[in-house]
Design a protein around this ligand. Sequence first.
Ligand code: ZN
Ligand code: ZN
Length: 404
Amino acid sequence: MKSILLLVLDGLGDRPNPELNGRTALQAAFRPNMNHLAAVGQTGQMHPVKPGIRSGSDTSHLSLLGYDPEKFYTGRGPFEAMGLGLDVRGGDIAFRANFGTRKENGEITDRRAGRINNGTELLAKDLSMNIDGVDFFVRAGVEHRAALVMRGNNLSDLVTDSDPHEVGVKVREISATGESAKFTAEVLNKYLTETRKILDTHEVNLERKKNGESPANELLLRGAGLAPSLPLFREKTYLKGACITGIPMISGICRLAGMDLIDVKGATGRLDSDFSAKFAAAFKALGTYDFLVMNIKATDVAGHDGDAIAKKNAIERIDRAMGGIEGHLDDSVICITGDHSTPCVMKDHSGDPVPIVFTTSGIRKDSVRFFDEISCARGSYNIMSGDVLRILQQLSDRSEKYGA
Ligand code: ZN
Ligand code: ZN
């Protein structure tokens, strides 16, 4: 049976760019390998979630892996916690958090602790503990940001924020908004009392006070979210799956789905990522796995930077790194697409569909010869909505018959 490689170029789709004479970065890039796959394959446009939905990488990847985000996306908390590298499991409760500054009487004077930009990892490290059978894990993010994950029995996300969302008022006691969350609220308040003792006397904060800076002595919690329990990918699809990515949030989603994670040295999730090493690892893994999803983030990074030239250059480097890919078409189904568009002119995600190509030996190829947003719009799949996984199963002859 053929194995499947789903290559997701993050934020690949774009809009005409004035810096590129009205072409998209993909249109402007020298991309002989991608064009070859389009010329011998089937192409189209794809809405990763649904038409008009301006999706994030989290909701899009859920959808591409066959998990309906309307059913399984439980809010930003758990996915941002994964994004900071926390191990999030189904049933965990996750919060977005800020390090803030609290006066002795409990009043919050700064929700960002003077925009603290170092030492938060040291603070976070000392805030992981177990209280009443519940494990608490904290990880620091950029500047004052952080995330908290709680793991234990009988936990609920029906609790209020401790973050008052304004300064000059006291930090809020956490309360349950549903009967089932009483224990969660109780243990959270105990935990926050413990963290205050640690933060007030922490060497990072003593040093900050000495330098006249606001101490980061309160972990302000908001947006409690229940991490979804995903049905295992293997049980759902009968595919032995693995993931290659430099992005903790994507590996977090794949881990929730029970997929293996393949670590590639030099995969950074940035523009400087070692694409050749990633493709080498992917080609090798095709021999072991039925399904491989590989995310390359550089295209999205350049899109958010609004840097069309950097996006074009990243696509050219990716294209070079995939040299030899046509040698795998007899044994594999290969799909290249994006998880959403990140137009350089927007510096953010848009709801524009992304180009998609499916290639394998013996496929009913269409007449499109170039892989880009405009050419693929004339492809045989026209415009599709997140059905990628089902089509990949079909093309690798794994689809179950629907009916007699
Ligand atoms: Zn993305
Ligand atoms: Zn993005």
